[in-house]
Design a protein around this ligand. Structure first.
Ligand SMILES: *Cc1c(COP(=O)(O)O)cnc(C)c1O
Length: 431
């Protein structure tokens, strides 16, 4: 049976005795220990998602490289690595996180259009599985770096299939006007060059057409084009053994109907049928997005001239998705509201000095009073990982729950730590 996408969030977040809980831990208990705002992730939810992704491809040679940028806390990476996940990284920082979290180097793929020479050297020194090259100049540089180190870099070339992912423009990556990958028309030439350059061993084709895709059609179009290219290259004497199909599978935030993993897998198997290649996937959001919530406290309820505002203590620096992508997140009171409670539209906003610091506009919510807790659902991906200390707010802490236990996996820093990051130049040192 297909897994029904939970709305809102994962089923591991449910009301127990009137209190929204993560697995067996009431969120209010964590709030007492950690303060607000904080992120809370459910281990069981992440494990369940990983297992269902892996199960959908159990009958194929397939590797899952978790896209670390979705949630880069090392505890989350390790949880996934223990289940067998590799990692898809896009910077040296992420590479180091993945290695420190225990991901075996031969399960790490390095993606991204702007790898520096230093990053290439680190990746080659670590002996990672594959570097996904996104341009001709990158091919040249990687060839030079690998040759100088006496290494051979196994590479995939990321192609740009020119497919409309039909997602938010800021997270669509597969159209020819996007900065990612090499155009299909130029890809055969790039592969031929890569096969001749010293220090490079082309082993695969990679693609990733965007994030939060809620339909199969764009995937199918893009994958079909990659398979065509694979066949053309084989006919041309360039035999590749891997097909890296990227991430991007969407989740349910509101009323989206993203494809079930089984349907996605069936499509992939149909498109790649008969190919003797190993498949690679780079899911990020799909694994962790619904497995996390951001918990905030209500500070004030303010009646404006034309609108009512709920001012909470979480802000755009903690979760930027509503401001950056106009993203919709379900917001619910942590104490179960009375079913009959009247819901009135209210703007849920944070304390940051920007009008864009808004989590929801005219959202029908039951009455909540200052001091009460709210949960912003489905905040496990691109939440904490994109947070900052803008407005000199302390970086939001992260908590991981497992059954009836919880652990702080990134503490809230102190103000001393925040202030100690700046340095005075000596000409300003006095006074
Ligand atoms: C961001 C990214 C992913 C993960 O995308 P999701 O939508 O979170 O699954 C995978 N691969 C690459 C190359 C990416 O840039």
């Amino acid at each position: 049976m297909s897994e029904l996408e939970a709305a809102p969030g994962a089923p591991e977040f449910a009301y127990r005795q009137g209190e929204l809980s993560a697995e067996a831990v009431p969120l209010a208990r964590i709030a007492e220990a950690v303060g607000t705002p904080f992120y809370c992730y459910s281990s069981a939810a992440i494990e369940r998602r990983y297992r269902s992704f892996a199960a959908a491809f159990a009958d194929r040679r397939a590797g899952i490289c978790y896209a670390v940028k979705a949630n880069s806390n090392q505890a989350v990476i390790r949880l996934l690595a223990r289940l067998g996940a590799g990692a898809d990284v896009v910077s040296e920082g992420e590479l180091r996180r993945a290695l420190a979290a225990g991901v075996p180097p031969d399960r790490i793929v390095f993606s991204g259009i702007g790898k520096t020479e230093a990053e290439m050297r680190s990746a080659l020194a670590a002996g990672i599985r594959q570097i996904n090259v996104e341009s001709e100049p990158e091919l040249s540089l990687l060839s030079a770096v690998a040759s100088a180190m006496g290494r051979t870099a196994e590479i995939a070339i990321r192609v740009n299939p020119d497919v409309d992912a039909r997602t938010h423009a800021k997270i669509a990556t597969g159209k020819k006007e996007n900065k990612f990958g090499i155009d299909l028309a130029h890809a055969p030439g790039a592969f031929r060059r890569a096969a001749q350059l010293p220090g490079l061993a082309p082993v695969g084709i990679a693609l990733h057409i965007g994030s939060q895709l809620t339909e199969l059609v764009p995937f199918e179009l893009a994958y079909g084009r990659a398979v065509e290219l694979l066949r053309a290259l084989a006919a041309d004497g360039i035999a590749l053994r891997r097909l890296d199909l990227g991430g991007g599978l969407g989740i349910r935030y509101h009323n989206e109907r993203p494809p079930a993993i089984e349907d996605y897998a069936a499509m992939v198997k149909r498109v790649t049928d008969g190919l003797a290649v190993e498949l690679e996937f780079e899911p990020g959001r799909w694994l962790v997005g619904n497995a996390g919530v951001l918990v905030a406290r209500v500070l004030y309820v303010k009646d404006g001239a034309s609108r009512r505002f709920l001012i909470q203590d979480a802000a755009m620096n903690d979760l930027i998705r509503p401001s950056l992508y106009d993203a919709w997140h379900e917001i619910v009171p942590v104490r179960a509201p009375d079913d009959r409670a009247e819901r009135r539209p209210i703007d849920v906003v944070g304390p940051v000095c920007e009008t864009g610091d808004s989590f929801a506009a005219q959202r029908p919510l039951p009455q909540v009073a200052p001091g009460e807790l709210l949960a912003v659902m489905s905040a496990g991906a691109y939440g904490a990982a994109m947070s900052s200390s803008y407005n000199s707010r302390l970086m939001v802490p992260e908590v991981l729950v497992r059954g009836d236990r919880f652990a702080i996996i990134r503490p809230r820093p102190s103000y001393e730590e925040l202030l100690s990051q700046d340095r005075m130049p000596d000409w300003l040192a006095e006074g």
